[in-house]
Write a protein that binds this ligand. Sequence first.
Ligand code: GRF
Length: 199
Amino acid sequence: MTRVAIFCSGSGSNAEALMQYFHNHSQISIVLVVVNRPDALAQERASRFGIPSLYLSRQMFSNQPEEVLAALLQRDIRFILLAGFLQKIHPFLIDAFPEGILNIHPSLLPDFGGKGMYGTHVHEAVLASGKTETGLTIHKVDSEYDHGKIIFQARCRVEKDDSPSDIATRVLAMEHSFYPVVAEQVILAHQSNTPLISS
Ligand code: GRF
């Protein structure tokens, strides 16, 4: 059984889709939801699935990554799924989970990614660019925002009269269907070959 943590900063609708999909999964178990905002709604969603959540401050993520790692190791976490986690992952954690952190982003990376590109800013930028297509990207996490190896992308059209919120709704629905399935494949492939390196 691979024990997985979800990292989340806000609403957590993707976190919920993941918890739903992996509920009673035979090989993958979501055992923890980590939030870096005390008011993150994801905590309530987790409690509905009987999954514990843990608040760790932004300051701790930036300056005491060894404490974040300790909390994860204590719970034997082997894989991390970012789901709307609005903070860069410290290189210390990336080294501790080689190839073991996945993120989802609501655009076709490398377009419309990077610092400040989150939430509605992404979809506003897509509209301003005049692109007729957008989508989602699921990628491995490295120490730059929205930058690691791309694992999967799905596309949808941008219609002429779309608002940013129309695009957000369309992309989010796709995220909910694709992220769990792609995460499952990546975690199962990862299970057999990468031991957790801790320092
Ligand atoms: C999603 O659009 C995801 O791609 C991005 O942050 C958003 C999180 O939304 N990384 P939610 O909290 O899962 O509803």
